[in-house]
Design a protein around this ligand. Structure first.
Ligand code: PGA
Length: 223
């Protein structure tokens, strides 16, 4: 099984989000083999849109066998935390949540302690956290079952790290044996297959190339 995660970041209005799913569906309908692989979970596809799009996209994702994820979650439970979105509110729509993305660590000062709390809260609601780490110094919470290695220099720059180097870094991370290991950082339709071919890389976390349904579809076709 390969896990392919789309991280839309702060992109797409509701109209654009709906159109993306409609276009992806049209493309998948031309390729029954890939659609079947998604529905049978040989390829697990997770799309992480901005929070307000979740209820709108949920009914479009489900028939295609695509799961939704959030890009972040509050480190607090439900309560008086203005502007925060707790796990409880998204639990019906999301099977996954990205936790500790390097942009959140750098721009919003998220710490390993915050990330640990988010992982615990997500798991309590049966949401699978996808924990992002930038290097071997970032702490991986003990119950993290999906870890995405995203070297900062590779994110949004076109300087993707070579698969052999990614696998070498994997060896240095303190991953539990069962944890899935993803790579993210300038993955695109041209380089995706070199990661997907590696047995030690369980999937991809894709930013820019996930915004265009055709590019994302092309990556799914490689999986
Ligand atoms: P990118 O982003 O694919 O645009 O490099 C990846 C990410 O930030 O998750």
């Amino acid at each position: 099984m390969k896990l392919i995660v789309a991280n839309w970041k702060s992109h797409k209005t509701d109209k654009e989000g709906v159109e993306w799913f409609q276009e992806l569906e049209t493309l998948l309908n031309t390729n029954p083999i890939t659609l079947e692989k998604i529905r049978e979970n040989q390829i697990r596809v997770v799309v992480c849109p901005p929070f307000p799009l979740l209820p709108l996209l949920h009914p479009l994702a489900q028939p295609l066998g695509i799961f939704l994820g959030a890009q972040n979650i509050s480190s607090h439970e439900e309560g008086s935390f203005t502007g925060e979105v707790p796990t409880l509110i998204i639990a019906d729509m999301c099977q996954y949540v990205i936790v500790g993305h390097s942009e959140r660590r750098a721009l919003f000062h998220e710490t390993d302690a915050d990330i640990g709390k988010k992982v615990t809260l997500a798991l309590e609601q049966r949401i699978e956290p996808i924990v992002c780490v930038r290097n071997e110094e970032d702490i991986i919470p003990p119950h993290a079952s999906i870890v995405a290695y995203e070297p900062v220099a590779a994110i949004g720059t076109g300087n993707n790290m070579r698969p052999e180097e990614v696998v070498a870094v994997k060896e240095t991370l303190l991953l539990s044996q069962k944890a899935l290991f993803l790579y993210g950082g300038s993955v695109d339709p041209e380089n995706a297959s070199s990661y997907l071919a590696h047995q030690q890389i369980d999937g991809l976390l894709i930013g820019s190339a996930s915004l265009d349904p055709y590019q994302f579809y092309t990556i799914l076709r490689e999986a």
